[in-house]
Design a protein around this ligand. Structure first.
Ligand SMILES: [Zn+2]
Length: 411
């Protein structure tokens, strides 16, 4: 699947492995691929774009029940319920699409205890092989437990034919590996939280090739897209192995999430420029990477630990901030328990040895910048059309939104 070493590692870590196939053209094999997994008549879920690219063809080949999601579908509970109703008579689901349709089908099939397979139509994000689904519940984006698909079938000619912004977005999400690893390792070394190298060992044979060929991503080159797809699939498996998004989502995702929450309010008040998740992650990864480098070169101290309720409730919904306060308490307890403030102020060389270990797994921010540039991907908040005041707020306050200790907690 990914080569003998990664496959052996995956087998050892996960036991049950989904079937993964990447080929230049899967069109003639659809029936042979899906039937052994979903022998009864399945439902095929697609939207207008993915239906045209692949979904309608799959539906015909399998003589399946079509479930067309109208307009620009969102990964929310209403759409999940719609898919569950439309597929009620079917024993399994076939998702044809990118992040949104994958999340909808992943959660719908999990909720009904049905198997599902996915035909990705874009190399835009790393959730195809993760076990969680990101679904909006009553307007709040929520990470819900779900299950991996039985199989992922990648038709590379379809994926390479997707709008190039989607592949750039996948590259942006992949670039978060070094910043996320640095944050995850920091928390482990400072606070004794869990940490596992396996997700990174899986990516090691593929990541350099992807980053060296970033230019091809911007041009929709088939070989570069294949490398990207493999990195994204392995990144998802890494999250499944880690039992959470830890190896792929830390400070850089927290800033983007904070920004998204600010923009949600901003857009209700009139207009907000649209950008894809991975485009945002490319930008926040570069910013967070620069911050990590600066902090590793000095002797950092903790930022004020007090949860600034009043300020945060002005920025975000009160209900969300009450939840964030509870989550933040977990992190705060760890910081106090480990007497982190005085340990960081000590002169015993503790920080220096930690900094050296973290530096060894990082990618220089200059390289991250060069990779984004080579792919013609946005590299600055301005390029995303972000409001700079809101962006500064997100950088400062994102650290209060989760229990993860990251470089955002240091100054
Ligand atoms: Zn992401």
């Amino acid at each position: 699947m990914f080569g003998s070493e990664p496959d052996a590692l995956l087998q050892k870590s996960l036991g049950r492995l989904p079937q993964v196939l990447c080929a230049r053209n899967l069109r003639h094999d659809i029936d042979d691929l899906v039937k052994p997994i979903l022998p009864a008549r399945p439902a095929v879920v697609f939207d207008h774009n993915t239906g045209e690219a692949l979904g309608e063809r799959i539906c015909r080949a399998l003589k399946a029940v079509p479930v067309l999601l109208a307009g620009n579908p969102a990964a929310d509970m209403e759409t999940v319920d719609y898919v569950r109703r439309e597929a009620a008579e079917c024993a399994g689901l076939v998702a044809v699409g990118g992040g949104t349709i994958n999340d909808i089908c992943k959660y719908a099939s999990f909720a009904d205890g049905k198997p599902y397979v996915v035909f990705p139509t874009a190399a835009s994000m790393n959730g195809y092989l993760s076990a969680n689904a990101s679904i909006a519940v009553e307007g709040y984006k929520t990470t819900l437990p779900a299950r991996m698909p039985e199989a992922v079938f990648c038709d590379l000619s379809v994926i390479a034919g997707a709008p190039v912004r989607l592949s750039r977005s996948g590259l942006g999400d992949s670039l978060a590996r070094p910043t996320a690893q640095a944050d995850w390792l920091l928390s482990h070394l400072l606070l004794g939280t869990a940490y596992d190298e396996t997700p990174f060992a899986l990516l090691k044979p593929f990541e350099p090739h992807l980053f060296e060929n970033a230019r091809g991503i911007g041009k929709g080159d088939m070989e570069s897209i294949e490398a990207l797809m493999k990195v994204l699939l392995l990144s998802g498996l890494g999250m499944t192995i880690a039992g959470g998004s830890y190896p792929a989502s830390q400070g850089e995702h927290m800033v983007a999430h904070a920004m998204e929450m600010l923009s949600a309010r901003h857009s209700r008040e009139g207009g907000n420029p649209g950008s894809f998740h991975g485009e945002e992650i490319g930008v926040t990864t570069l910013a967070v990477s620069k911050r990590q480098e600066a902090l590793l070169r000095k002797k950092p101290t903790l930022l004020p630990l007090q949860f600034p309720t009043e300020i945060l409730e002005k920025l975000w919904e009160k209900k969300a901030m009450e939840e964030a306060d509870q989550t933040y308490k977990i992190k705060l307890a760890r910081i106090i328990e480990n007497d982190l403030d005085s340990r960081l102020r000590g002169n015993d060389g503790w920080w220096e040895s930690i900094a050296a270990r973290i530096e060894s797994i990082m990618l220089p921010s200059a390289s991250i910048q060069a990779i984004l540039k080579a792919a013609d991907a946005p590299g600055t908040p301005e390029a995303l059309g972000w409001d700079m005041g809101a962006y500064a707020t997100a950088m400062n306050y994102a650290r209060f939104l989760r229990d993860r200790f990251t470089f955002l907690d240091l100054e």
